[in-house]
Design a protein around this ligand. Structure first.
Ligand SMILES: Cc1ncc(COP(=O)(O)O)c(C=O)c1O
Length: 478
């Protein structure tokens, strides 16, 4: 009697909690798998020629993403500028291709600003909190091509004083933090302080405030942008800088389709089931059907159309012609870089270890998010259960709980697709070297862009002749 009662109670709880998963829907990232299998030959060739692990940039795919994004946002009447957010992937072959495609740059540090300048970008926005004096000076030395997005009242005063001392003028935007940003309120000024900020800037001759910037992350639909634009229109109309408003920069956050999926056992429902003892506390339950939970993602064309509509209605209708600025990072680059690994050991039918560790991703991301792992040496479109780990001395070094393929053996080459955004930038130097980068050029040829980190590169002061008192660098400081 008691067990019938608890079974029906847990079924009722289960049904109730299932509602939490909307709008996620069950499925697999099959198009990523099909595309990888289609290109099996070239990936295997790269692994054989350069070894593994390796990040491989597919130039053609990057170009295709750039073209699709630009075409989506092209508008007959609305002047639109696309600034690539360097933070997503500031490696040289990516940045050079972005420049060659004619995009502008969005940088967030002096290091990125210098890279954009050296790579020849002639339109650069410079955002980010707590810019240093050196960073502001660098921006001023290149004031002809840099717009500084001001993060605070203090930064306005600091930039104005430096610009006045140099006797030059610099263009600026105001980073706004809107209430809906949550933790993002650390950026910019609250929207209600905009009138005071504009008022103050009117008194500072050398800083020409021309626009505002906001940023919302992880947008799978256009609604967030549209609602923010609706709120901004009346605010901007109420108070304009001396030369009027020239642009509204709506930041980045455009989410690509087919990116990553959610493990069903980690949803709120899954976690509560685990607490109730209805599934294991960690990892997939035994009866898992090998499906994931997918996010509905609006195609970029639909997002762009909705954003343009909102921009027209809430900004242009309020202020007259104003440029629309965009700062995409992830959308442009994520699908263009893949990680190639090799199976180094098999510890039983359902446990494999690869030669690369997840320090190459920067954090233990695949413990909580799914990206398909594809066995290129034994390709197949069906999944098999297997815990695939990396080679680090931590159990959290997980690539996934299945692979796509007909089997798995030592020496097999595995592909983790779509690792272009916030991966190479976040990679950690934990235990093992950072790995090489190769490029599959548009011409179809492969080349190595950067080699695997060596001992000498990581420890330059300890890499000379061996001595009995330890590393040669110690002597300099003794
Ligand atoms: C101000 C700003 N612009 C653009 C981006 C790029 O975002 P995404 O790569 O999601 O497009 C970010 C990311 O954090 C950002 O903070």
């Amino acid at each position: 009697m008691a067990s019938t009662y608890s079974a029906s109670l847990s079924a009722a709880i289960d049904e109730f909690l299932q509602q939490d998963e909307a709008p996620l829907y069950p499925g697999e990232l099959t198009s990523m798998v099909a595309r990888a299998i289609d290109q099996q030959h070239i990936f295997l060739q790269a692994a054989q020629r350069f070894g593994t692990p390796q990040y491989m940039l597919e130039e053609e795919r990057l170009t295709a993403q750039i073209q699709r994004f630009r075409a989506a946002f092209a508008h007959p009447r609305q002047h639109t500028w696309v600034h690539y957010a360097f933070k997503a992937n500031p490696t040289l072959p990516v940045v050079r291709r972005i420049r060659a495609a004619g995009l502008a740059a969005d940088v967030s540090s002096g290091m990125e600003l210098e890279l954009a300048i050296r790579c020849g970008f002639d339109r650069i926005v410079f955002s980010g909190p707590a810019k240093t004096d050196d960073e502001l000076e660098l921006a001023l030395r290149h004031a002809g091509r840099v717009t500084v997005h001001l993060d605070s009242f203090l930064e306005l005063e600091r930039l104005a004083a430096r610009a006045a001392a140099r006797g030059i003028s610099v263009n600026a935007g105001i980073r706004l933090s809107l209430q809906s940003h949550g933790a993002w309120t650390k950026f910019g000024i609250p929207a209600e302080q905009l009138p005071a900020f504009v008022e103050r800037s009117r008194k500072l001759q050398h800083v020409r405030v021309q626009g505002v910037q906001f940023h919302l992350s992880w947008n799978r639909q256009a609604e967030g942008y549209c609602q923010t634009l609706e709120r901004l229109g009346p605010l901007l109309r109420a108070q304009a800088p001396a030369g009027g408003w020239h642009f509204v920069d709506i930041g980045g956050g455009y989410y690509p389709e087919d990116d990553e999926a959610v493990y069903p056992w980690l949803t709120p429902r899954g976690r509560i089931r685990a607490m109730l003892g209805l599934q294991p506390a960690e990892g997939p339950p035994d009866d898992w059907d090998l499906r994931y939970l997918l996010h509905p993602v609006q195609p970029v064309e639909t997002m762009a159309a909705r954003i343009h509509q909102a921009f027209d209605r809430h900004i242009v209708a309020c202020l007259g012609p104003v440029d629309l600025w965009l700062e995409p990072g992830r959308y442009l680059v994520n699908q263009a870089v893949h990680l190639l690994l090799q199976v180094a050991d098999i510890k039983g039918p359902e446990v494999a270890i690869t030669d690369g560790g997840t320090h190459l991703l920067g954090w233990e991301r695949l413990e909580t998010e799914h990206v398909p792992l594809i066995n290129l040496s034994q390709p197949g479109s069906a999944q098999r259960r297997c815990r695939v780990f990396g080679s680090l001395c931590t159990p959290h070094d997980v690539w996934g709980y299945t692979y796509y393929g007909r089997g798995i053996d030592v020496g097999d080459v595995l592909l983790l697709p779509a690792q272009g955004a916030y991966v190479q930038t976040l990679a950690q130097r934990f235990i093992k070297p950072l790995c090489q980068t190769t490029v599959l050029q548009t011409s179809g040829t492969l080349r190595r862009e950067e080699s695997t980190e060596t001992f000498a590169r990581r420890y330059p002061r300890c890499s000379g002749r061996r001595s009995t008192d330890g590393c040669s660098g110690n002597r300099d400081t003794a």
